[in-house]
Design a protein around this ligand. Sequence first.
Ligand SMILES: C[N+](C)(C)CCCC[C@H](N)C(=O)O
Ligand SMILES: O=C(O)CCC(=O)C(=O)O
Ligand SMILES: [Fe+2]
Length: 474
Amino acid sequence: MASRRTVAIARSLSAGFARRQIICQHSRNPWLQAIRAISTSPAPTSPASPAPSEALSSSPASPSPSSSSTPSSIINKRRTFNITKADAQPTISKHHKISFDDKKISLPWEEGKTSTFQHIWLRDHCQCSSCMHPQTKQRTLDTFSLPLNIRPSAVEPKDEGLYVKWRGDHESLYSWEWLHRHSYAPRLEKYISVQRKLWSKTDLEGDMPVVKYADVMESDAGVAEWTSKIEIYGFCFVEGVPVTPEATKEVAERIAHIRHTHYGGFWDFTADLAMNDMAYTDLALPAHTDTTYFTEPCGLQMFHLLEFNGKGGESLLVDGFRAARILRDEKPEAFRTLSAVRIPTHASGNEGVSIEPYTPFPVFNHHPVTGELVQVRWNNEDRATMDRWGEPEEVEKFYQAIFEWNEVLKRADGEFREQLVPGRALIFDNWRVLHGRGAFSGHRRLCGAYISRDDFHSRLRLTNYGRKEILMGL
Ligand SMILES: C[N+](C)(C)CCCC[C@H](N)C(=O)O
Ligand SMILES: O=C(O)CCC(=O)C(=O)O
Ligand SMILES: [Fe+2]
């Protein structure tokens, strides 16, 4: 645990060349203190480079058994998953005075903590309609017209919030809730958000994420339920979808516009190699995530089986975040390797298409500040030639790691298998859940679409928390 500013220089296992990354851990800032650069940490031999288990301790990939209870915010009591705040409206202390010096304002909260805000920061974040465009919510204030040493001439608590009169006469009013929410010194973590449920096959028995077509089509409350289930479980079925590509497309578009790729927008395909990709064959596809060859892989993927007259073709889902946690716990070395080694990928089966990301990415991608696992990218079929290594041992180490990862992915208790059926569409989070299908014979027609992660996230938050709540957090 870093008690002062620590700079850890981690030599990563990157395929190709020795990269150096500087990871700063600043003890006084709880946000930065959480920095755990898993993806670049060397073996946990020095105290400055935490073991993965420690580093992921607050992440969705590793809820500790004791903290796995579902927050009340996501219990589906009323069909929507409204956020609830741990606290009532924040109030300012009656016994302590708001004060300011030449640098900052100090705000003592009733709960006993005191937030300090520097003047330049506060003035720059003025919420008034001449500093922030009331319709576009963009900053219209010319930040650079402010004196860097700006100071208030008066500060006063009002019912609605903190009133500040600035030298030079501008007036600002910041609501208590906004101030509490954005307190950075210290950060006041009071707001709960959706927590994921990592699942095994048996966890899903009796707890299957399903929504009704009519609910999703009729109201945003239906979409709130749908998107939150996708967020919590990493996938969700939609029951009762009319068996046409048109109706399926409309369902997908209840979340957001479709992401076009070289496969088109909304796709509708059979095993005819219309596109040169194994998806368009009757071959088996082991668990994978799609579009690992994009700089930003598609966020959601939807499938709806329209026709099937044959044998086999069963679908497979595996919770990649749960599998990552298992690997981290059982084979930490493999987990570290796959958090660091960058795997080149490509899509080049089709004439006129040769796609690769701007840089190769590792299998496990972590939030750069919190260290939490945010994205799994894994498609062994689309892995390109790996011809950039440091030490020769890195090659063996890499193969060891992907063999161990493959073994975890193929454990029966993590595999949820189900035959898709017309009328029951499947949507899943392609950054978390891996999918596959068995080999098949006969005629099989599948349609579906991709949706970008950011568009999904926007819809998830707006339908579940409401615009007012979202804007307050910006
Ligand atoms: C979904 N759709 C049939 C359009 C394409 C499937 C693409 C599969 C590809 N190998 C990948 O991993 O991206
Ligand atoms: O055929 C299927 O069920 C899925 C194929 C696949 O992985 C894909 O289209 O991305
Ligand atoms: Fe796929």
